[in-house]
Design a protein. Structure first.
Length: 275
């Protein structure tokens, strides 16, 4: 499940990179625990030469990128002097000449490499370089979100109960609601929403506002407000504009019969709509 989600994110980033730059070939792979990086996603390739290729740190352009944890590029791969040439066979078979490799780094750890390539010996322009770095940042953010989600969903370790306070439960709920809109995989998003639903009813609230229902976005906004976020902070967290946040908040307040943000949060909790 995890590797499938990460592959979807990588594939999407590579597709966007090719579309925005016009590069004829883009490819890449991610590191998984205990395994070497392998080229798993290709777009624009005309041969299977690169698929499944295992990249070792320090070897070739990608290996240099892995070892240095920074972007690397060559204008003519077969004759480049500053890389080793273990992978000349597959690279030549695909007809690649000018290549850029950009690392995917999460919490100072390289988690993968994205490549873009030309079939001509031409310099990699600044626009292409910036787009490749941006694509890697997209994958980094997706992996970081995935890590956080797995951390929040992980079962508690065995041992004496630590007795988390109810405020900690509410904090976890707010973090989950903030992550949901950023998760691309629909199955994982549904799992997160199901966890949020269990937390919403965990307080044992009897529901003093029968018939009141909030949309998913309205709950996202109220969860952010409950954590102390301003409209601007909630907007940045959820990828919305501040004006949009205000609109959702006004709608939630109207449904709950509340006149202030604080009243809205309290009413939603009494109704069992927030933990």
């Amino acid at each position: 499940m995890r590797e499938h989600v990460e592959s979807v994110e990588l594939r999407g980033a590579l597709l966007r990179l090719r579309r925005t730059t016009g590069l004829p070939v883009v490819f890449g792979g991610l590191l998984h625990e205990g395994r070497a990086l392998r080229i798993a996603e290709l777009n624009g390739a005309v041969t299977p030469a690169l698929r499944g290729l295992a990249i070792s740190a320090g070897s070739g352009l990608g290996g240099k990128c892995l070892a240095l944890s920074r972007p690397c590029a060559v204008t003519d791969y077969p004759s480049a002097r500053h890389i080793t040439h273990e992978y000349d066979g597959p690279v030549t078979a695909e007809g690649l000449r000018s290549v850029i490799a950009v690392p995917v780094v999460v919490r100072r750890k390289v988690r993968g490499v994205l490549y873009g390539a030309l079939r001509e010996s031409l310099p990699i322009g600044e626009r292409v370089f910036d787009a490749a770095v941006a694509a890697a940042r997209d994958v980094e953010q997706a992996l970081a979100v995935g890590d956080e989600v797995r951390s929040l969903l992980a079962p508690e370790p065995q041992g004496p109960p630590s007795g988390p306070s109810w405020e900690e439960v509410r904090q976890a709920y707010g973090e989950l609601r903030g992550l949901v809109p950023r998760v691309a995989d629909p199955d994982l998003r549904e799992r997160l929403l199901a966890v949020c639903g269990r937390l919403e009813t965990a307080s044992g609230a009897t529901g003093t506002a029968p018939g009141v229902t909030l949309t998913s976005r309205e709950k996202d906004i109220l969860a952010a407000v409950a954590s102390g976020a301003t409209n601007a902070t909630a907007a940045a967290r959820l990828g919305l504009r501040p004006e949009t946040v205000k609109g959702y908040l006004r709608a939630a307040m109207r449904k709950l019969g509340a006149h202030t943000r604080t009243e809205a949060v309290a009413a939603a909790r009494r109704a069992g709509l927030l933990p």
